[in-house]
Ligand binder design. Structure first.
Ligand code: C5P
Length: 221
């Protein structure tokens, strides 16, 4: 473990997509690569934090120097997060599936001469909101993400209020930005008292700046 301003701080980072099974061989997922969450974990480790990295099936490998908990589903991610608490800081960068298949099949669903399967959905737990609203044992700083395609600041501020996290890292993921799946990001950091627009930066540099903001916040507290 490296020395640094986050030495002795225990930080949870969620990252990647979740996979929600339809049957043993099929699942529903999303296009999250896990790149931004991985970069954040790496930046926090570089400043000396003890990072627990709860990750869905991502495209990029987890950074070295973290404790990895690999999960598939949103429910497993919530369980892993709850087993990881208490922490000083929690950063929720995962793209958690909003829905799971209500009763996934224990055996592979077969083609049945022209009869189509019907999938029924159930809502997944909101991990960020659950942790943000904990009455005891809540992390001192809870950071969520908001991927928006329009009215980014207004939607992200509403999300912050609704979920009751401390900060929201908002970004515009309209297709023309190339951010989703790309190596750069342009984010707006939303706190209760400030809105900071950051320039377009690599996801690594975005992560480093966020880690610096976290250091400053912990020094203030
Ligand atoms: O509501 P929305 O999915 O846009 O919120 C995004 C933020 O909430 C991200 O920080 C994401 O990690 C978190 N989230 C979560 N659990 C969910 C859905 C989103 O932790 N089920």
């Amino acid at each position: 473990l490296s020395d640094g301003p986050l030495k002795g701080k225990r930080i949870l980072v969620t990252s990647g997509p979740t996979h929600e099974p339809i049957d043993p061989v099929r699942y529903i997922a999303n296009r999250s690569s896990g790149a931004q969450g991985t970069a954040i974990a790496k930046a926090l480790v570089a400043l000396g934090a003890d990072v627990v990295f709860v990750t869905g099936p991502a495209d990029v490998p987890p950074p070295s120097g973290v404790a990895v908990i690999a999960v598939q589903t949103a429910q497993q991610m919530l369980d892993a997060v709850q087993n990881t608490l208490p922490v000083d800081v929690a950063v929720f960068a995962a793209a958690v599936a909003d829905w799971r298949v209500a009763s996934s099949s224990a055996s592979k669903i077969k083609k049945q001469n022209g009869q189509l399967p019907v999938l029924e959905f159930a809502e997944n737990p909101d991990i960020l909101a659950t942790v943000s609203q904990m009455k005891s044992g809540r992390p001192g700083l809870v950071v969520g993400f908001a991927a928006e395609t329009d009215d980014v600041i207004a939607h992200a501020q509403a999300k912050r209020a609704r979920k009751q996290c401390d900060w929201i890292v908002a970004n515009d993921v309209s297709p023309e930005t190339g951010i989703m799946g790309g190596s750069e990001n342009a984010v707006i950091l939303i706190r209760d008292d400030a809105v900071e627009q950051w320039p377009r930066l690599s996801k690594d540099e975005t992560a480093r700046r966020l880690a610096v903001r976290i250091v400053e916040e912990l020094e203030r507290a």
